[in-house]
Ligand binder design. Structure first.
Ligand SMILES: Nc1ncnc2c1ncn2[C@@H]1O[C@H](COP(=O)(O)OP(=O)(O)OP(=O)(O)O)[C@@H](O)[C@H]1O
Ligand SMILES: [Zn+2]
Length: 723
């Protein structure tokens, strides 16, 4: 009989011992189900031993060891252990996060569902040639003719993918053996000189660990660089891990990657997948059968025995940082992993995080540049519109209106960017001063005129729009400020002939809706887009030539020290959607502060000047990346309880903080109340990461042993993004 040592998803750092009749060393890394308390838990075997600190007679026997799939390899267990150590999280919780739930439960993984290659058959080609009523199946055929041979999953993910079963039944689309001949190098675009140089540099550095930062202006063709490097990695028989900020926002990338490597097994991993699909993808990666793993932050935990390259697209994106539970940064974990596995990693962005940019300056990362666009001859012209001198019509300046009018006349597309959804951010009563506040949060309820609701964007609660002021009965209550719906409504009035399309989380609620919208825009079936940051990322619409920015000033004076960085990134990204193909682009920024240095850098497309300046300010103020931070947050129904706990934690910290570790004051969070809980925070900071880590490790150990008042919760956030 052997002792099986198991990591379980419980908020305790220790391992748990069980007995097993038949376990061997070969079971290390396997998923397992064991009795726990009165129920059952699932976890991962991390060691096999012959004795236990606990009397073997008192140990329970394991219930089930999953042996149908390969065990998680040692490097994966090390990865999980590193994340647990660095983010001070219980290892079992990291495992719970890293493994697809089905796999962790040691469920049988419904096996090897094939994902065959498909092509348009002769019957399908005949159908396309014959005059027919338009249908979804025909639309799908047309897409597939353009794409060539693709996998079933790729065809399914296309906008008209729901017609796939129909097209297969009719014999229009047929399974084929051979991969896409378009795979041949002849069909690929000719690389620009800069793309070629970047690729050569990475290849010349060899297969070992090198962290690269690919800083390429918007539309410079970073994706092409990723794809070429991926191709070389596949040729070498290795796997590629490609991280993207939000897979729901990048169905085109999925199709593009799969289309480029039709004979490769490309799997995507993200939280939106059904449990079975996620387990299956994970196992395909783990067993080395997947060649490319494309996914959101959690894909950084895919087990990859043949890993040869890691790509992180839009590396600056805040969504790489998990904001609940184990607060890891997938980008940072990816860099650690590349080092662990001794493979190159390429971080790409037009607007890198200041952390990564500073790493290049300090010589820790190697920099690669794409300074020109791949197709368009120039970057868009950026102009500031001084809104102090003009009358705005629902936020729209005459200059912006005129520019939209010109685009309409030329049959081009415009985008009005306003990063606030809903009709208006608040409803208020001019007579008594009442404002629509969320009963559960320190936030206002947003007016949604489309479905006549007041809605909290933080806790999601909603109610009907009142007819009269609930306090004084005034009938004339008014929406104050503006969001996408209001701008959309005004644009419809101003440009009666135009097709106005609003793109935000309300209009694109499901992935299908979102893909349909992207298809509408790509097909030129919309003239004026009104969008939030959903429209800012990665899109490539050749007809889009004008971007108007409304209401950006609001973020100019935000309290968070990262606010300027975020604003600059967002504006440069959204502006970068204009004029990406053969038509010249223009960006109009409405502002009351046209001379603000941030806007001045933006007009010159000068990310480096902005970054250098922002980093100087941070150095002087002692902010990251020149210091390292950890944030302890607590929340409870009453603010006092949260504050008291943190004050206690602060005393404990002060008792044990070594030289060089600074413990700040306990303060309520900026948005104090969220979903009926009051929140406060305590920041600790140090010049050296190792010193901070060592201190926090001890401190957290002490905190875990504290008795808590009822309903109090606390979490630690290492390298917090919001301070
Ligand atoms: N060498 C090339 N020749 C011709 N077209 C290219 C080449 N490289 C890229 N492209 C095209 O240029 C356009 C922009 O490329 P891509 O979307 O990869 O830019 P990007 O650098 O990712 O920009 P962003 O940061 O704005 O998302 C795409 O339509 C792409 O197909
Ligand atoms: Zn709320």
């Amino acid at each position: 009989m052997r002792i099986v040592r198991v990591s379980l998803p419980v908020p305790l750092p220790q391992l748990f011992d069980y007995t097993s009749e038949d376990a061997t060393e070969g079971d290390i890394g396997r998923c397992i189900r064991v009795p726990f308390g009165r129920g059952e838990k699932s976890g991962v075997i991390v060691a096999i031993a012959d004795d236990s600190a606990i009397d073997p007679a008192r140990l329970k026997a394991v219930r089930h060891i999953q042996r149908e799939v390969a065990p998680l390899p040692r490097d994966w267990l090390e990865l999980v252990a590193f994340v647990a150590r660095y983010y001070h999280a219980p290892p079992g919780e990291v495992i719970a996060l890293a493994l697809p739930p089905g796999l962790r439960r040691a469920d049988a993984v419904s096996d090897r569902e094939s994902d065959p290659l498909l092509d348009v058959g002769d019957v399908g080609r005949a159908a396309l040639a014959a005059p027919r009523r338009p249908s979804r199946a025909l639309a799908l055929l047309r897409d597939l003719v353009a794409l060539g041979v693709v996998r079933h999953s790729v065809a399914r993910a296309l906008p008209s993918g729901d017609a796939l079963a129909d097209a297969l039944r009719r014999g229009w689309i047929v399974p084929v053996r051979r991969a896409n001949p378009a795979d041949a190098a002849g069909e690929l675009p000719q690389l620009t000189a800069e793309q070629g140089a970047a690729i050569d540099a990475v290849l010349a550095a060899g297969p070992g660990f090198v962290p690269w930062l690919l800083q390429g202006v918007t539309g410079s063709g970073k994706t092409e660089v990723y794809l070429r490097l991926a191709a070389r990695t596949l040729e070498a028989g290795c796997q590629v891990l490609m991280l993207v900020p939000e897979i729901a926002l990048t169905p085109q990338l999925e199709a593009r990657v799969a289309g480029r490597f039709p004979s490769a097994t490309v799997i995507s991993l993200h939280s939106g997948l059904a449990a079975g699909a996620r387990s299956r993808g994970f196992v395909q990666a783990l067993e080395g059968r997947a060649d490319i793993v494309l996914g959101t932050r959690l894909a950084v935990f895919a087990a990859l025995p043949r890993l040869g390259l890691i790509l992180v697209d839009e590396e600056h994106d805040a969504s790489y940082k998990q904001q609940e539970g184990v607060r890891y940064s997938a980008r940072d974990v990816a860099v650690w992993r590349a080092r662990q596995r001794d493979v190159p990693i390429l971080l790409g962005s037009a607007t890198p995080s200041l952390e990564s940019w500073q790493h290049v300056r300090a010589g820790r990362y190697r920099g690669l540049r794409l300074s020109a666009r791949a197709v368009a001859s120039t970057l868009p012209a950026v102009r500031r519109i001084d809104t102090r001198r003009v009358r705005l019509d629902e936020g729209l300046s005459p200059a912006l209106q005129a520019a939209i009018g010109e685009r309409l006349a030329r049959g081009e597309q415009s985008l009005v960017f306003i990063n606030r959804r809903g009709y208006a951010p608040v409803l208020s009563c001019p007579s008594c001063g009442w404002v629509s506040q969320c009963p559960h949060c320190s936030a206002n309820l947003v007016v949604h005129l489309a479905d006549r609701r007041l809605r909290c964007h933080h806790c999601g609660c909603d109610s009907a729009i009142p007819r009269v002021c609930p306090v004084c009965g005034n009938q004339d209550i008014q929406p104050f400020g503006r969001g996408t719906q209001r701008v959309e409504a005004r644009l419809v009035e101003l440009f009666p002939g135009a097709r106005v399309l609003r793109v935000d989380r309300d209009s694109a609620r499901t992935r299908k809706q979102w893909e349909a919208m992207l298809a509408t825009i790509a097909a030129g079936e919309a003239d004026i887009l009104v969008g939030t940051q959903m429209m800012a990322k990665g899109h490539d619409f050749p007809q889009l030539t004008l971007v108007g920015v409304v209401g950006a000033d609001a973020s100019l004076h935000a309290a968070d020290f990262r606010a300027p960085e975020r604003l600059f990134q967002q504006l440069m990204q959204v502006g970068g959607r204009a004029g990406r193909a053969h038509l010249p682009g223009e960006v109009l920024i409405q502002t009351e502060y046209p001379e603000h240095p941030l806007y001045r850098c933006l007009v010159r497309h000068d990310f480096d000047a902005f970054a250098a300046r922002a980093l100087d300010e941070r150095r002087q103020a002692g902010f990251p990346p020149f210091t390292h931070q950890a944030m302890l947050r607590a929340d409870a129904p009453a603010l006092d309880d949260a504050m008291k706990f943190l004050a206690h934690a602060r005393r404990l910290a002060q008792d044990s903080a070594p030289e060089g570790v600074q413990v700040f004051d306990v303060v309520p969070m900026r948005m104090t109340r969220l979903a009926r809980r009051e929140r406060a925070q305590l920041l600790v900071e140090a010049g050296e990461r190792a010193r901070l880590q060592e201190f926090v490790g001890r401190w957290i150990g002490v905190l875990r042993a504290q008795r808590l008042t009822r309903e109090l919760r606390w979490q630690l956030d290492v390298d917090p993004l919001d301070v």
